[in-house]
Design a protein around this ligand. Structure first.
Ligand code: C2E
Ligand code: MG
Ligand code: MG
Length: 516
């Protein structure tokens, strides 16, 4: 029997079986291959598209990234108000200069420019006017310097001019003088003309010394402070001796911060004598600093530092507590009369601390003393700057019975009208006028005027720094009946006060002292 399709039946059966068993996997495989091929084709196509796209996109993205980075750098290195390089960029330029080399004829220099009393402009005319001033000054500086110079705004009212190739230190200083003249020109602000001056410090890079950009900036900054100290509106020069003084001051400052916790501060006291009664009526507390094993440091040296770095607030509070505690002790132990007073010197910085009245009242309460036992000694320097907060503190303390003395009277700036603003109860005639009161006609008339003014304003009077009997007698004749000074007693440690006071009892027998 022949198969109609010519296939041997015995062989067709196995083929059927083969087809039957293999067709599905083969088909599946074929479909899979097709799918894989299709997938890979898609991937390849996509890759091709991506490659084409990225060849177009990548440079665009890079450009955009660079633009953004530059804008960011610009923002971080250019001062937005003046359009000038800022501190970071200036330091970068100085570093570049330091890495390079310069010839013998070049003296790279930095001018540090600080506007004088700029804060007054902001305070009086507002920040907008302040910004206008800064923008104009920035332009003036840029217009006045050589083209290779960098003018930068460092911060606030501070600018700097980097002269990479100044011919000499003197020529850098000459340029600084010329800049001062430019800055002095009236500034045409929207609100009208305004005048301003600046102080400029000049420092030159040393080719021999290893210095950094920050060193140069610091030297120029220090030189600028010299100009400020010399009265502003002038040029200050850096010299190496400044560095030593600065290092000394820095060491003092660091040590001072630890002085309280190390128990290194103490108070000496100087008695105040009522000449007519021949009695000690009070004491002035004067701070001393026993620095480590070393000598006593004078308050004239460390008080200004404490004022600058703010430690005076803590030190001053300590002095108030200590002095009043001491007075309480003397009264209790009969060293002085029950109505004797304690005078404590206070700095403007303490007075502008809103907590000051509470500190004072707390110290009085701690010593169980009436507010009338305390005299706060302030100086005329309080009038400079913004005395409002200080005046508020003094008024509030005055209302509670604490009395205020104007110390070193006659050496400061106070005018009668300013004096009237103060809740004052006493003036202390400065030693400078007391010194010549018995011998110098001009000093005597000045003291006479001060005494007349005090009596017109109904103020108590104390003469400071009395060293001789003729001084004491003359003061008495002129109408000043209270005095302190080396003639009566030097400032002494607390434990020496009993002997000092009893020794002073004997002074009552001297002519001019004690009841007639
Ligand atoms: P001051 O308050 O005017 O104190 C008077 C200064 O004159 C004291 O100097 C005193 O020792 C000195 N003195 C007193 N009698 C005579 C005299 O007959 N002849 C001479 N040549 N000098 C005399 P000291 O103790 O060196 O204090 C200097 C200044 O330091 C004080 O001047 C005061 O302004 C400040 N000071 C002292 N202690 C403190 C304090 O606790 N707080 C604050 N804020 N300042 C203080
Ligand atoms: Mg004083
Ligand atoms: Mg004084």
């Amino acid at each position: 029997m022949t198969d109609p399709r010519g296939t041997h039946p015995r062989r067709s059966a196995p083929l059927g079986v083969v087809l039957f068993t293999w067709a599905p996997p083969v088909l599946a495989w074929a479909t899979g291959v097709a799918a894989v091929v299709a997938r890979e084709t898609t991937v390849a196509a996509l890759a091709l598209v991506a490659a084409i796209a990225s060849s177009v996109y990548a440079p665009w993205a890079r450009r955009r990234y660079e633009q953004r980075r530059d804008a960011l750098l610009e923002r971080t290195q250019i001062d937005a108000l003046t359009g000038l390089p800022n501190r970071i960029l200036l330091l970068h330029r100085i570093e570049q200069l330091l890495r390079g080399s310069w010839s013998r004829d070049e003296h790279p220099s930095l001018l540090f420019v600080d506007l004088d009393r700029f804060k007054n402009i902001n305070d009086s005319f507002g920040h907008e006017a302040g910004d206008e001033v800064l923008a104009i000054v920035g332009r003036r500086l840029r217009d006045a310097v050589p083209s290779d110079a960098t003018v930068a705004r460092l911060s606030g009212d501070e600018f700097a001019v980097l002269l990479p190739a100044a011919a000499s230190e003197a020529s850098a200083a000459e340029l600084a003088e010329a800049l001062l003249i430019d800055i002095r020109e009236p500034l045409a602000l929207r609100r009208g003309d305004l005048f301003i001056t600046a102080s400029i410090g000049v420092a030159t890079l040393s080719a021999t010394k290893n210095s950094s950009a920050l060193d140069l900036l610091r030297n120029a900054d220090n030189a600028m402070y010299r100009a400020k100290d010399a009265g502003r509106d002038c040029v200050g020069h850096y010299d190496a001796s400044m560095q030593e003084r600065i290092a000394h001051r820095l060491a003092l400052e660091t040590a001072l911060r630890r002085a309280i916790e190390r128990d290194e501060l103490q108070l000496y006291h100087q008695p105040i004598l009522d000449i007519t009664r021949g009695e000690v009526v009070g004491f002035e507390a004067l701070m001393r600093w026993q620095r480590g094993e070393g000598d006593l440091v004078s308050p004239a040296e460390f008080i200004p530092i404490a004022e600058d770095n703010g430690t005076i607030v803590e030190i001053g509070a300590w002095a108030l507590r200590e002095a009043l505690g001491q007075l309480r002790d003397w009264i209790t132990h009969g060293v002085c009369a029950a109505d004797a007073t304690m005078s404590v010197n206070v700095s403007p910085r303490q007075l502008s601390d809103p907590a000051f009245p509470d500190v004072v009242m707390g110290a009085l309460a701690g010593a169980s003393l009436d507010p009338s036992a305390l005299w706060l000694e302030v100086t005329e320097s309080l009038m400079i700057g913004e005395p409002e907060l200080a005046l508020d503190s003094l008024r509030s303390l005055g209302e509670r019975g604490v009395r205020i003395a104007m110390d070193d009277f006659g050496t400061g700036y106070s005018s009668l009208s300013l004096l009237q603003k103060f809740p004052l109860h006493r003036v202390k005639i400065d030693r400078a006028f007391v010194q010549g009161v018995a011998t110098d006609g001009a000093d005597r008339s000045l003291v006479r005027t001060i005494i007349a003014m005090a009596s017109a304003l109904d103020l108590d009077l104390v003469a400071e720094g009395v060293e001789t009997m003729p001084q004491l007698e003359t003061l008495g004749q002129l109408g000043c009946h209270k005095a302190q000074g080396y003639l009566i007693s030097r400032p002494v440690p607390a434990d020496a006060m009993r002997t000092t006071v009893s020794g002073l009892g004997r002074l009552g027998h001297l002519p001019g002292i004690g009841p007639d």
